[in-house]
Ligand binder design. Structure first.
Ligand SMILES: [Zn+2]
Length: 109
């Protein structure tokens, strides 16, 4: 599944924002009427049926302990005019944490 699918899923994106999203401090740059909502999507082979689902931000640390590796796409959406865009993309999971620990040990030596 690609990025295009994430950003092209406006009806789903708006529903996801209502159930899993969090409102941001930023007003919509297009319509200036509404605040933007942030939705976190998770992707990864290991997630199986959960791949491509929206999750609340508070669930991410739990998922990061559960799975070895997955991608997080943060999308901002305006419920007023449907405008949306990808804010950031990053990797989470136990493997990522292990990498960071190793990097920290190397830095300390
Ligand atoms: Zn808008």
């Amino acid at each position: 599944m690609g990025l295009y699918e994430v950003c092209d899923a406006s009806p789903y994106l708006k529903t996801a924002a209502k159930y899993h999203g969090e409102i941001s401090d930023d007003p919509c740059p297009i319509c200036h009427r509404d605040q933007l909502w942030r939705v976190h999507y998770i992707y990864g082979d290991e997630l199986r049926h959960a791949a491509g689902q929206a999750r609340s931000r508070t669930e991410l640390p739990v998922l990061a302990m559960t799975y070895r590796e997955f991608q997080v796409f943060v999308v901002e959406v305006c419920l007023g005019c449907d405008w949306n865009h990808l804010v950031e993309q990053y990797r989470l999971g136990r493997d990522g944490l292990a990498d960071r620990d190793a990097a920290r040990r190397e830095a300390a030596e």
